[in-house]
Design a protein around this ligand. Structure first.
Ligand SMILES: C[S@@+](CC[C@H](N)C(=O)[O-])C[C@H]1O[C@@H](n2cnc3c(N)ncnc32)[C@H](O)[C@@H]1O
Length: 227
């Protein structure tokens, strides 16, 4: 697979074997995706849910069986990813926004739950901080924000070890090394992971108080917080 010119083009391409590639390329992917439904507060029954960077719908597909009557809003820059969701979720109340996060209108007090699976590492530090503010504003009081992602910056002293272990994992699943080569080109071109410690500070700056990390393996983390 060649590297796309933009995130949207890159993920149009990536959409073709997306779930298989993610399972083989992202350590703990399935645990990190299933975390989205495992750690809700008691009596949490969201009726409006926003999925930021929905991709082919793997996070929403976890949520729908729990909240089949909820209204879902799915945002993604990639038209092909959005189309995969359209065909998968046609029997549910789902609206789509094929746009970049920076162009999405975050309406105040609109959502009970906002989720982001492996999408925020595509945003740089300024975008992430702006996004956290918009997420806080557009949650209802008592609403929850949760995300799964790689949460280590490329300048963190532990990043080299992380890369070493990640390479072993990928080459074990795709022994000819081509997948790892492609993945590192993608990582270089599009991925801007941030240390979880910085993200916690930015979430607090946005207004959140208690930030929890219920699932963590090295820097592969599921984080959640309530407004
Ligand atoms: C790695 S996929 C994650 C998909 C799914 N949420 C999951 O957990 O498997 C990242 C998705 O986020 C989308 N994305 C990345 N950055 C984006 C941005 N700034 N605005 C909108 N969509 C974005 C990509 O198009 C892609 O579909």
């Amino acid at each position: 697979m060649n590297i796309g010119e933009t995130i949207a083009i890159e993920f149009n391409d990536f959409s073709k074997n997306y779930t298989k590639d993610m399972i083989g390329c992202v350590p703990h992917y399935l645990s990190l995706i299933s975390s989205f439904t495992k750690h809700f507060p008691d009596n949490f029954k969201p009726t409006s849910i926003l999925d930021l960077g929905c991709g082919n719908g793997n996070v929403t597909a976890q949520l729908i069986p729990c909240f089949p009557k909820a209204k879902f809003t799915l945002v993604d820059a990639s038209a092909d990813m959005i189309n995969l969701c359209r065909s998968q979720f046609k029997n549910y109340d789902v609206v789509y926004a094929n746009t970049y996060f920076k162009n999405f209108l975050f309406k105040e007090g609109s959502y009970d739950l906002i989720v982001a699976g492996f999408s925020l590492h595509h945003c740089d530090e300024n975008e992430k901080q702006a996004l956290f503010k918009n997420i806080y504003i557009s949650l209802k009081k008592g609403g929850m924000f949760s995300c799964s992602d790689l949460m280590i910056s490329k300048t963190n002293p532990n990043h080299a070890l992380l890369l070493h272990q990640w390479k072993e994992f990928v080459n074990n699943n795709f022994p000819d090394e081509k997948k790892w080569t492609w993945l590192m080109e993608h990582y270089e071109a599009f991925d801007k992971p941030t240390d979880y410690t910085n993200q916690i500070v930015w979430l607090k700056n946005a207004g959140f108080n208690l930030i929890q990390i219920p699932f963590r393996k090295a820097y592969w983390m599921y984080l959640q917080t309530v407004k």
